[in-house]
Design a protein around this ligand. Structure first.
Ligand code: SAM
Length: 347
C-alpha cells in the first residue's frame, strides 16, 4: 500500500499519455504553442504498462487517462484494453475534450470504462471557438449526449471558470443536471505555468484575456444563479475520487460540483501523476519528479524501483501551499502557479 507522510492512502493515478492536443485552450497553452516532448522521450505502450504494473503492485487501483488529448494518441484503445488486464486495476476512466469521442465511444463503453469526463467551458458556439482557439462545440455536445445515452456509468462535464462564463452558460449547465444523469463541475482556474512571464513561455496577454474573473465568476456567483433555478442541497455521497464538493437540485438526476483552489481539500488527495515522458509527480503545484522511465530503460530491478517510489511518495507535500513553498525559500506570499503546462501533467 502506498502511504504518504500525512497518512494519505495513494491509490489513484492520473496517467497523461501524450502532451499533444487537437485544441489550444487559452488557459492551457500559449497561442505560439509549446515545445512538445520529443517522441523518443515519450513512454512507449510497453513502458506505460510496466510503470502501471509496478504502481498497481504498490496500491494504485484507479486510473484516469488524460493528456494533452488522450484520444489523439494512436492506439489508445489498445492501451486502455491492456491496462484493464492488469489484475489490481479496478477502475479506469478518461478525461477528454470530446472532439474525437464519437469515434471511440462504443469501444470505451464495451470495455467498460467507469467514467468519461468531458471538458466544455461554455454552451455558446462562438465563445467555445474563442476559448479553444477553433473547436467546434457541436462535436462536444453530441459526445456528451451519446456518452449518456449509450450508458457510460459516470459522465462529468468539466467547466473551467473563465471570464467568458456568463449567467446563460451557468443556467444551461445547471438545467442539464435536472433531467440528465450528468455531473457538471465548475473548476477554479489555476494560473498557467509561466503566465507571469517568468519562464518566457506564456504571458498573461497571450492567454487571450480569458482569465479567472474573481469579481464576477466566483463560486458565489454560480450559487446565486443556481438559487434562481430552484432549491438544491449538498450531496454527502462521494461522487468520484477528486477534491470536489457536490450539490443537487430537488429530484435532479445529475449534480453540480465545485473544484476549488482550497488547500483544505488536499487532505483528501489520493493521487499521483505519470507524465507522458515517464516521470511521477506528487502534486500539480510541485515540480518534484521521479524518473521511472530512466529506471525502466536501465532495466533496474522492480524491487529497487518500488523502494524508491515508496520513499518518493513520502515527500508528497501536505497541501498545495506547501508545494509552492519548495521554490519559495524567502517564504514570500504564496502564488498558486502551476509548475508545468497542463497538457503535460494532465490536469
Ligand atoms: N484534453 C483533455 C481535456 O480537454 O479534458 C484532457 C487534458 S486537460 C489538461 C484536463 C483538464 O484540465 C481539463 O478539464 C481542462 O479544462 C483542465 N485545465 C487545463 N488548464 C487548466 C487551468 N489552468 N486551470 C484549471 N483547469 C485547467
Amino acid at each position: 500500500m502506498l502511504i504518504d507522510s500525512f497518512n494519505r492512502k495513494i491509490d489513484y493515478l492520473r496517467l497523461s499519455v501524450t502532451d499533444r492536443c487537437n485544441l489550444r485552450c487559452t488557459y492551457c497553452m500559449p497561442s505560439s504553442g509549446i515545445k512538445l516532448i520529443d517522441r523518443k522521450e515519450m513512454l512507449s505502450f510497453e513502458e506505460i504498462l510496466k510503470a502501471v504494473g509496478i504502481l498497481s503492485e504498490m496500491g494504485i487501483r484507479k486510473i484516469r487517462i488524460t493528456g494533452g488529448e488522450p484520444l489523439v494518441r494512436v492506439g489508445i484503445i489498445d492501451l486502455i484494453k491492456q491496462i484493464k488486464k492488469i489484475e489490481k486495476i479496478t477502475d479506469i476512466s478518461i478525461t477528454t475534450n470530446g472532439i474525437l469521442l464519437n469515434e471511440y465511444l462504443d469501444e470505451l463503453y464495451k470495455m467498460p470504462v467507469q467514467g468519461i469526463n468531458i471538458s466544455l467551458d461554455t454552451l455558446d458556439r462562438q465563445k467555445y471557438k474563442e476559448i479553444t482557439r477553433g473547436g467546434e462545440i457541436n462535436q462536444v455536445l453530441s459526445a456528451i449526449s451519446d456518452s449518456i445515452n449509450i450508458g457510460i456509468k459516470s459522465v462529468k462535464i468539466n467547466v473551467v471558470i473563465t471570464d467568458l462564463l456568463d449567467e446563460k452558460d451557468i443556467t444551461g449547465f445547471a438545467r442539464m443536471t435536472l433531467n440528465k444523469p450528468v455531473h457538471v463541475r465548475f473548476i477554479e482556474m489555476m494560473q498557467p505555468a509561466g503566465s507571469d512571464g517568468s519562464s518566457g513561455t506564456i504571458e498573461c496577454s497571450s492567454i487571450g484575456g480569458i482569465n479567472s474573473n474573481q469579481d464576477f465568476n466566483s463560486v458565489d456567483t454560480i450559487f446565486s444563479v443556481m438559487k434562481k433555478i430552484g432549491e438544491y442541497h449538498e450531496v454527502s455521497d462521494k461522487i468520484g475520487n477528486g477534491p470536489a464538493l457536490y450539490y443537487k437540485f430537488k429530484k435532479a438526476r445529475g449534480s453540480i460540483g465545485f473544484i476549488i483552489n482550497d488547500k483544505n481539500l488536499c487532505s483528501y488527495c489520493n493521487r499521483i501523476r505519470l507524465t507522458p515522458d515517464g516521470t511521477i509527480r506528487l502534486c500539480l503545484f510541485s515540480d518534484k519528479e521521479y524518473d521511472i522511465k530512466k529506471k525502466i530503460r536501465d532495466n533496474c530491478c522492480r524491487a529497487d524501483i518500488k523502494a524508491e517510489i515508496t520513499e518518493f511518495v513520502k515527500a508528497k507535500p501536505e497541501n498545495r501551499e506547501e508545494s509552492c513553498r519548495y521554490d519559495n525559500k524567502d517564504k514570500a506570499p504564496i502564488n498558486f502557479k502551476l509548475k508545468d503546462f497542463m497538457n503535460r501533467i494532465g490536469g
